[in-house]
Design a protein around this ligand. Structure first.
Ligand code: FE
Length: 135
């Protein structure tokens, strides 16, 4: 299920997000490794976009990559993220953005768990809001 795209001015985003969230979500900054609040979160639930609330990742595909950022081997539903070529910082990487609001989430690499998709979605905690499953 795809919801309508969200378009807001940068001034609107800036007023709704914390400065730290704004820097990552709207300016593609990267939080320092091992500083994010979800790096070691092992609870069951859904990780949503911190900017627009769209469901992005499930705890069922979260794993310990050792990278210092929350890592997932798949998205919760096809079409909820978009991939973009990113040649910034002298590297060729694939950027992951929220398909609904266009906010920066992180990058995806092909060194994920071999027994799964082989992908590693390397996502900033600041880009996510964890929605725990009801007990
Ligand atoms: Fe979003």
């Amino acid at each position: 299920m795809m919801t309508d795209k969200i378009t807001k001015s940068e001034a609107e985003w800036q007023s709704e997000l914390t400065p730290q969230q704004y820097a990552v979500l709207r300016q593609a900054a990267t939080e320092r490794p091992f500083t994010g609040k979800y790096v070691h979160n092992k609870a069951d639930g859904t990780y949503r976009c911190a900017a627009c609330g769209q469901a992005l990742f499930s705890s069922e595909t979260k794993y310990e990559s050792g990278s210092g950022w929350p890592s997932f081997w798949d998205v919760v539903e096809e079409g909820h993220v978009e991939l973009k070529r990113d040649s910034s910082h002298g590297m060729m990487r694939t950027e992951v953005v929220c398909a609904r609001c266009g906010s920066h989430l992180g990058h995806v690499f092909d060194d994920g768990p071999r027994e799964t998709t082989g992908l590693r979605y390397c996502i900033n905690s600041l880009s996510l809001d964890f929605d725990p499953n009801a007990q």
